[in-house]
Design a protein around this ligand. Structure first.
Ligand SMILES: [Ca+2]
Ligand SMILES: [Ca+2]
Ligand SMILES: [Ca+2]
Ligand SMILES: [Ca+2]
Length: 409
């Protein structure tokens, strides 16, 4: 018996440890900000703090991240040497409060590479030996909330930017080494010219690597300490009951709300819903283990609450399908969109998002149909076929006739 237990323990160790080893391999410096600016990679690249204050982290735990005032705060790393750099990865968790000319993380010893925010967009940039900066910038604007940002440079290959675990931008780079300044220091929250690009907001979990992290590694980094939701939902109008799939994919936002009055919003996350299995993967960082309502939000649908509170636990995944049964929605507030297979959708037609589908929604749909409005992502295009016409009017009219509205606890 003892042998079996020992064998099982070894098996468990073998299966858990490789995961951890992956995201630690090639680590040059790691600042988890556990109450100080120490490098916990074992390489003694400790940071010197100039004015940044300890603050709460992504999980709301005090003194586990640093706040930078956007004027003169920074953390200086005097000797952050990445030897023989041909592959570099920079990572940080950030909560920006300002969106222009911010330097999140500046690697400046033996080269210049940076995570920055400029013109409302986060980017990773690198200066190569031809003195040219190469910049991979997120196409989407950044907002005032937590993000996981990863920049990966592979010499002669690519510069990639990952936001919240997803590859958002990739550019190709010439086969040149990184520009090598002498005597530059590295900084968290600014650049080597102090005060030139001070960051305003929170920074945490800073990591630098002497290797190019894979998508798999980056998914793991993004997942540390999060809880996940695999949610399936169908926006009524988008469903094609002949093809048994959506006309097009679209973004669904998920809100996590307290299970008791006043049902405060604890966290939210957006993802694209797959057009054939109707599911999206959501990560939540700010949700303590417990029971919560899950709310599906779409740009022109009725917000739909889960039938009951659902258990959410850190480092685990919950699966929730609004699509399989009408009773998955609070007060059965959905509509059947297919008989074969049986599927349910959230009501389409709340154009002004006030919680009711009525004449105030029908009028703009009707107006856009009269003027033959076409294009991507039009709010009045209820079935997502890029044209506003009678089909959209009839979806809205039917739901308005039935006085469809948000039903919630
Ligand atoms: Ca931390
Ligand atoms: Ca069907
Ligand atoms: Ca409305
Ligand atoms: Ca349409």
């Amino acid at each position: 018996m003892k042998t079996i237990i020992l064998f099982c323990s070894i098996l468990v160790l073998l299966t858990i440890n490789p995961l951890k080893a992956d995201i630690d391999s090639g680590l040059v410096a790691y600042y988890p900000f556990n109450g100080n600016t120490n490098d916990e990679s074992g390489n003694n690249n400790h940071g010197i703090n100039s004015g940044a204050n300890l603050t709460s982290d992504i999980n709301g735990i005090s003194d586990k991240a640093y706040y930078f005032n956007g004027i003169d705060n920074n953390i200086n790393i005097p000797d952050l040497e990445i030897n023989d750099p041909e592959n570099i990865t920079l990572h940080a968790l950030i909560f920006p409060e300002r969106f222009n000319n911010e330097s999140v993380l500046y690697y400046g010893e033996g080269g210049e590479m940076q995570i920055a925010i400029e013109n409302n967009k986060v980017d990773v940039r690198i200066k190569l030996s031809n003195y040219v900066w190469y910049i991979a910038s997120d196409p989407n604007p950044i907002e005032q909330r937590w993000y996981s940002i990863v920049g990966v440079w592979q010499k002669g290959n690519s510069l990639k930017l990952y936001v919240n675990g997803q590859l958002e931008k990739e550019i190709s780079v010439p086969n040149l080494g990184i520009w090598s300044p002498v005597g530059y220091h590295s900084y968290i929250g600014d650049r080597h010219i102090i005060g030139s690009n001070p960051f305003k907001g929170k920074i945490d979990e800073v990591r630098t690597y002497s290797r190019a992290l894979s998508q798999n590694d980056i998914t793991q980094l993004f997942s540390l300490g999060a809880s996940y939701c695999n949610l399936s939902v169908i926006p009524q109008g988008f469903y094609n009951s002949l093809a048994n799939k959506l006309y097009k994919t679209d973004a669904i936002k998920v809100l996590i709300r307290q299970s008791i009055s006043p049902f405060s919003i604890i966290d939210s996350s957006s993802a694209l819903i797959d057009s054939t299995n109707f599911s999206g993967i959501y990560n939540f960082y700010q949700v303590p283990d417990g029971m919560y309502y899950i709310i599906a939000q779409h740009k022109n649908c009725i917000d739909t609450w889960s039938s009951t509170p659902v258990s959410i636990i850190r480092d685990s995944t919950i699966n929730y399908k609004f699509t399989t049964s009408i009773s998955q929605a609070y007060a059965d507030n959905m509509i059947q969109v297919d008989n074969s297979p049986v599927r349910f959708g959230i009501f389409s037609g709340d154009i002004n998002k006030n919680g009711f589908i009525d004449l105030d929604d029908l009028i703009p749909v009707n107006n856009d149909a009269s003027s033959f409005t076409t294009g991507e992502n039009i709010t009045t295009d209820l079935n997502g076929d890029r044209i506003v016409d009678l089909t959209d009017v009839s979806i809205c009219y039917n739901n308005a006739s039935n006085f469809v509205a948000v039903i919630r606890p």
